[in-house]
Write a protein that binds this ligand. Structure first.
Ligand code: FAD
Length: 410
């Protein structure tokens, strides 16, 4: 029996319960959709209640810290082009590693499962760079964070809002040398769907996978592209409305149920920093818009503000008006995405249908001639520079529309 069963629909899988259990009687087990949930060995459990006390859903903690908002670009263009948005994470990681600290984040293991681990060397930052749109497995990393803090090491922990809340609840008190960075998060997709997708890629190509990039920027920051690089160097490149992983994610069919009613996001956060994308840069700060990406960063408290000052040697920054900005760009900062009405039907089909058959059933337009032509044209537009001009124009229109929505009398 599982003592947390009563909150299954809200359980975010942060694993704070497992990390906190003094008898090690909680393990995280996948359900039919492939998401991890706590499972309690009742024979070992002594009902101490720690698992419930650290749960960010059962023991929601609020703050009224008022953040300062910035647009941020990492000055190192290489690092920025291998980051999802403006490379803020890489700067925060460098700041902590420069002090002999360690950095926790989500990376791939040898099977391309997404897992949390830590690094101690700046040359390993790339391991955590880039968003992986799959729920990462926390394992026992919160215990490791505590161990490092007890040894007086500086720590940066990065993850989803629920993972940062889980860690803070697990630690129980603030530590001078702890920095946390949560992301603006739409939701975390199913590891089971992800494994099925990887098998599909391998079977289709008859090759092993060497690298995966969910947000390749070759076609620009705004052109979300899935790139899979195979063992012989050949590549699969498809945009978000063609690649099945990105398609099912963007249409809200494969995120964890709790992501559709997230308890851990909001305008005011206990994390040190919050980082996300910023699509309206050409309107808010045209000088920052070079098509390689910018991060929107919230600096959530005074300790974080002091660290941010020191990080500025790695960054170009531009202040944003927090209230106005969060209204413009804050959809996923405060709200939860609504699930597709076909989400349950899709998961019922998952074990019985191939990725190709699922795509044919749920996204038949992917295979229409018009869309196939669009995919052929994109590389040509990219090589001739037309794609860049088109994207810039679209960003500006988007930006103007959003400004008008916020300032109807201007
Ligand atoms: C699942 C997910 C959903 C997101 N949804 C939104 C959104 O709706 N709106 C928005 O503005 N931004 C969203 N983001 C955030 C955005 O994509 C960037 O991660 C953010 O802007 C930071 O980018 P960066 O350039 O600073 O660093 P990057 O180098 O790109 O960021 C890497 C950081 O993200 C963490 N990370 C990567 N994958 C995961 C994962 N699966 N679980 C936990 N942590 C992870 C790493 O630990 C590292 O700290 C999402 C990110 C993820 C992972």
């Amino acid at each position: 029996m599982n003592i947390l069963e009563s909150v299954k629909k809200d359980c975010c899988g942060c694993s704070a319960c497992m990390n906190s259990c003094p008898r090690n009687c909680i393990t995280m087990q996948p359900d039919g959709e492939g998401f991890l949930y706590p499972n309690v060995d009742e024979k070992l459990c002594v009902d101490c209640g720690r698992c419930v006390n650290v749960c960010p859903v059962l023991k929601e903690k609020k703050t009224d810290n008022k953040p300062k908002a910035y647009l941020v670009r990492n000055r190192n263009k290489n690092l920025r082009s291998t980051s999802t948005s403006g490379g803020f994470f890489a700067a925060a990681a460098e700041f902590v590693l420069d002090q002999g600290g360690c950095v926790f984040g989500a990376g791939f293991n040898e099977n391309f499962d997404v897992v949390h681990s830590y690094i101690e060397d700046p040359k390993d930052i790339r391991k955590f760079n880039r968003s992986k749109y799959v729920q990462s497995e926390i394992g026992l990393t919160y215990r490791k964070v505590k161990e490092f803090l007890e040894k007086d090491r500086t720590v940066l922990f990065s993850g989803t809002p629920c993972q940062v809340e889980g860690l803070l609840n697990y630690l129980g008190r603030d530590h001078d040398k702890l920095y946390t960075m949560d992301i603006i998060c739409k939701g975390v997709p199913s590891p089971k769907f992800w494994r099925k997708y990887l098998s599909w890629q391998k079977k289709k190509s008859k090759k092993a996978i060497r690298e995966v990039r969910f947000r390749e920027k070759t076609y620009g920051y705004g052109s979300t592209t899935m790139r899979v690089i195979f063992s012989d160097g050949s590549q699969y490149d498809e945009p978000y409305d063609v690649d099945p992983m990105l398609q099912f994610y963007s249409k809200e069919m494969i995120s964890r149920p709790s992501c559709h009613n997230c308890h851990c996001k909001g305008k005011f956060r206990r994390s040190s920093f919050t980082a996300g994308d910023y699509w309206y840069v050409s309107g808010a700060a045209p000088r920052m818009d070079d098509g390689i990406g910018v991060s929107q960063v919230l600096v959530n408290n005074e300790k974080a503000a002091a660290a941010f000052e020191k990080m500025k040697k790695y960054l170009d920054t531009e202040p944003l008006d927090f209230d106005n900005d969060s209204a413009i760009n804050g959809g996923m900062m405060v709200g939860s995405a609504r699930p597709s009405p076909r989400r349950d039907e899709m998961f019922a089909d998952l074990d019985n249908m191939s990725v190709y058959a699922l795509q044919k059933k749920y996204f038949p337009s992917t295979f229409k001639l018009k869309n196939r032509i669009k995919r052929q044209i994109r590389p040509i537009m990219y090589k001739t520079g037309l794609l860049k001009l088109y994207k810039k124009r679209m960003r500006r229109i988007q930006s103007e529309k959003s400004f008008e929505r916020q300032n109807p009398e201007a």
